[in-house]
Ligand binder design. Sequence first.
Ligand code: AMP
Length: 536
Amino acid sequence: MMNTQLLVGPMLEHAETFFAKKEVISQTHDKLHRLTYKEIGQRTRKLMDSLQKLGVAKGDRVGTLAWNHHRHLEIYFAAPGMGAVLHTINIRLSPEHIVYIINHAQDKVLFIDEDILPLIEKIKSQLTTVETYIVMTDKAEVPESGLHPLYSYEELLAAGDPSTPFSEDIDENDPAGICYTSATTGKPKGVTYSHRGIVLHSYALGLADAAAISESDVGMPVVPQFHVNAWGMPFACTWFGSTQVMPGPRFTPQRLAAFIDTYKVTITAGVPTIWLALAKELSEGNYDTSSLRAVLCGGSAAPLGLIKTFEEKFRIPFYHAYGATETTPLVTFSRLKSYQQDLSDQEKLQERSRQGILVPGLKMKVMGANGPVAWNDQEMGELLLQGPWIADSYNGDDSNNAAFADGWFHTGDVVTVDEEGTIKIVDRTKDLIKSGGEWISSVDLENALMAHDSVFEASVVGIPDPKWQERPIACVVLKEGYNTTKEELLDFIRPQFASYWLPDDVLFFDEIPKTSVGKFLKRQLREQVKAIYSKS
Ligand code: AMP
């Protein structure tokens, strides 16, 4: 067979050629844009030309600080398409982490959404490698700014050549993208995505038993483009010619619901907190969501109650998937097998709330204290992964090499596996609670609590205990209008757990602290809980 290279640029070329009329619908700060793939292709080529004129060369890092919109999509293809490296930066990180990431990645150019300019102005004196700033705005004038030199995205495009070719001087193993994990402790860790990894991962997103993304889809990535490339949706949707709907800056649940209704979105992806907010909006508003064939949920465990709400109340198919920044991210996808269709509704829900089975192309093993665990859904072990879209190191960072020992990526996720090979994430290794020598899964307790009608969010943390080493404490946010008590919640979950699993206390919060990508920030929560007890 021919050893042709798997490259990112030609993915857009495919869309320009075969799906020229299909559209990207994109919300920016000031307006809604509708552009065909033909236009997106030409604009991307102009951008490559302008970047070349600005001195961006093969291997240079091109940073983005931006929301989900068409300009961000164009940079997704322009940077790797010319042999440079797309570096998406999480705009919700602390300024110190953003400085660290930009300097560590050695970004030469920064593309910045206009509302994010003030943030970069504050840190500009600490940026050691950036030579050029480019602002993305709909306004004719470049906004007043202390950044220099500062170009306007649209002016650069106007001066670019629409016939600029995608570079062929690229090896498929060359870097195409970089993303830093939003670590909750220590410095963020950088992961490099190769062209080959991105292309193969996109194929995986198209598989019928995974996300099944195709030309007939209208895809709306809600997960930010700065979080693991919006889980690869923009690459796959472009390549396969799906219509794309980009929800833009500071979107609200109302905007998401309205876009689903107006543009007949068929597939969308995001973390559970987004879907909790959307569920509230759909309950209160009047929206037609019948076009949706799949809501993909990952990033943290999808509570069973959430799946049930979407499927039974709104009749929207809801799929649970699992992955990480280091895995591009798709690793497992949860669907029932053909012979599981006869299960009871409750059993089906239970099964689908697990994280699912490995997508083809990857290898896994689950290592317990005494070697590989049995697939009996009882023994717990750490999930280890191998595959063409799994990272083999962190960028320029040997201190975390243990995560890649023996040629496997050690995910830090503790799982059980049932006889079908379906994994269930029990916890992060660091969040698992050890009580009296036995392990307690905070995730299981959270899911059980969130199944109560009055619970909006629940997070369980372990706090030190003189007798048992650690004990679980539940932190709960109630839905508006409820006054549920600790006893009611404990009685509700009691039948599902051994008595030592039951939280020692239930604390009620207005809000649970979250990471920049919407996950429970357990380290901070644990400190808050400890502080509450030390006062009492
Ligand atoms: P990130 O690199 O920020 O995407 O975080 C990856 C981590 O999120 C994984 O290692 C898991 O701990 C967690 N995660 C991702 N998807 C799921 C899921 N479906 N269920 C539970 N945890 C998840």
